[in-house]
Ligand binder design. Structure first.
Ligand SMILES: [Mn+2]
Length: 248
């Protein structure tokens, strides 16, 4: 937790792999789960919520569930960034292609196939958030390869969904893994933070100057937190803390 000059820090909440709609989960149960995440983010004084893939369990979940989730996020007090993962990938019949976001909603779904950037004007410094959606979860898809360079004057955040591999470890066989995120690619980003999704457990996979974490899936089953609270200030150390699941 930063002390003294907390106003210098911008705080974001990072979660992933909610798998809303799994096993026929009802609209109200999904709403409740998502509502707990939003509440945890607001309680932790975050202004940005990032869902790093697999918010929905599959592309066949009901549109009622999808609309209610998007309404909840769009109506929260947070800037919300959602990245399609492999379960809710951006194929032709993706849930993300069927929803109409309400004008003025502060929900950003990253749907540009080669990646897109969202800019937020925040005090004390602006933020750029880049991510490339999963369309085909396959070995030739490298989620962060060739990502745009950071803007030195802004806080730079990346979002990706895939399998981290340490390609600098010669003994590690990774060819053939779907959606590989290589350590060398993470280091090359030089971003302040990379929000990752796909793993059930929370993990620090920072490389070079890029602070990179998997949030883990919010689940009592895995003993995982609801997400991570990330405090970022330009030119300063990025601070990452687990945020426990809400009680109940
Ligand atoms: Mn996944």
């Amino acid at each position: 937790m930063p002390t003294g000059d907390t106003h210098d820090y911008l705080r974001l909440f990072h979660t992933s792999d909610l798998h809303l709609g799994y096993g026929g989960e009802s609209v109200s149960a999904a709403q409740s789960k998502l509502g707990q995440i939003v509440s945890a983010a607001i309680q932790a004084e975050c202004i940005i919520l990032i869902v790093a893939g697999d918010m929905f369990d599959n592309n066949r979940v009901s549109m009622d569930l999808v609309r209610s989730a998007c309404d909840l996020l769009g109506g929260s007090r947070l800037h919300v960034i959602v990245l399609p993962g492999n379960h809710d990938c951006l194929v032709e019949d993706s849930v993300y292609r069927k929803i109409d976001l309400v004008d003025g909603s502060d929900l950003h779904i990253l749907t540009e196939p080669d990646g897109e950037r969202v800019f937020l004007n925040e005090e004390p410094v602006g933020v750029e958030i880049w991510g490339r959606p999963v369309i085909q979860h396959q070995a030739s898809f490298h989620p962060v390869a060739g990502a745009p360079r950071r803007s030195p004057a802004l806080i730079s955040i990346g979002v990706a969904h895939g399998q981290f591999v340490n390609d600098q470890d010669e003994g590690h066989a990774w060819s053939g893994l779907a959606s590989p995120i290589l350590a060398s690619e993470v280091a090359a980003l030089d971003y302040d933070y990379l929000a990752l999704g796909h793993w059930d457990h929370s993990a620090n996979v920072s490389c070079g100057t890029t602070v990179a974490w998997y949030s883990g899936a919010p689940s009592q089953h895995f003993g995982c937190p609801s997400g991570l609270v990330v405090s970022v200030a330009l030119g300063r150390t990025t601070i990452v803390q687990s945020c426990p699941l809400p009680a109940g």
